[in-house]
Design a protein around this ligand. Structure first.
Ligand code: GSY
Length: 280
């Protein structure tokens, strides 16, 4: 990702947990790196194709100098949030806030925090359960996901009861799909899903065997990823009616890379007969 960097901006702000800091103020240094595509601006030499860094500077200055926070963490978070919200071209932001002279009788080069934030993107999660109280387990998985500070539940499909695929000697599954908004990188999201699976009693015994809960990343925006622990879109997505039918309820028709129209693809799928809308 291309970057624009503003280094060692010097501001006078009123942030701190000690009342004198809020009253008297002190110097702050701010560094930011914003990730955005810069090639169009590079080819066209047109300011409209990028961000005006003087304007960027003024936005950061406004937050650091006109607002008051106790923590430099909060200053950083508000700067990052403001920039991502204001500039739709920005994909990610790094903000470093340094307080060079904290009011303590100790000698060091100052205290800093550095945060990185990305624009939340839409991710689709496939869910399935065929052991225990399946409805409760699916709802509990969604509740646990929603508790994560960097995950927001955007939409949920209906529940579907589905014939088992792969290993057939097991109970029917309940399947559904959920759209979330998150800025978690794919592998961190995978880790969170595995944590929730474990919390809900998932054991990895038989491959394709029964499970209390299964949480899969189906789509990570429109990205095609081949990471050591994760392939997205999910490798068997196009063959699994129990995944695609719930997904089609909450995703755009052209949201799966490699499938021009989800509805037409499902129309021609063999396995769609084993997927029944669940009426509780
Ligand atoms: O990949 C998810 C686990 N799983 C399922 C499932 O969720 N539903 C159906 N119908 N069959 C399945 N086979 C496996 S493995």
């Amino acid at each position: 990702m291309d970057k624009m960097i503003l280094s060692q901006m010097e501001f006078y702000g009123y942030h701190g947990v000690i009342p004198e800091e809020n009253r008297l103020g002190q110097r702050f240094y701010v560094d930011i790196e914003v990730g955005l595509p810069l090639s169009r601006a590079g080819y066209t030499d047109d300011l409209e194709e990028t961000i005006n860094y003087a304007e960027l500077y003024e936005r950061v200055k406004d937050i650091v100098e006109k607002r008051t926070f106790k923590l430099i963490e909060s200053v950083a978070e508000h700067v990052a949030m403001d920039l991502l919200k204001h500039y739709s071209i920005l994909q990610e932001v790094m903000v470093r806030i340094t307080k060079p002279h904290p009011p303590f009788d100790i000698h060091f080069q100052g205290a800093s925090v550095e945060i990185r934030r990305r624009r939340p993107i839409e991710v689709f999660i496939g869910m399935g359960s065929n052991i225990g109280n399946r409805v409760e387990l699916l709802h509990e998985a969604i509740r646990l996901l929603s508790l994560h500070p960097r995950i927001e539940i955007a939409r949920q499909s209906s529940l579907y009861e589905t014939d088992p695929v792969g290993y057939k000697e097991q109970e029917r599954f309940l399947n559904m799909a959920v759209a979330i908004h998150t800025d978690l990188p794919p592998e961190e999201l995978l880790f969170e899903l595995q944590r929730i699976e474990m919390q809900l009693g998932r054991k990895r015994d038989i491959r394709w065997g029964p499970r209390t809960i299964d949480l899969d990343i189906l789509l990570y925006s429109r990205a095609e990823l081949k990471l050591p622990l994760l392939t997205v879109p999910h490798p068997r997505l196009s063959q699994r009616a129990f995944v695609l039918i719930p997904l089609a309820e909450i995703a755009d028709d052209d949201s799966v890379p490699g499938i021009a129209s989800l509805s037409q693809h499902i129309e021609h799928m063999a396995g769609k007969d084993g997927v029944y809308k669940w009426i509780s």
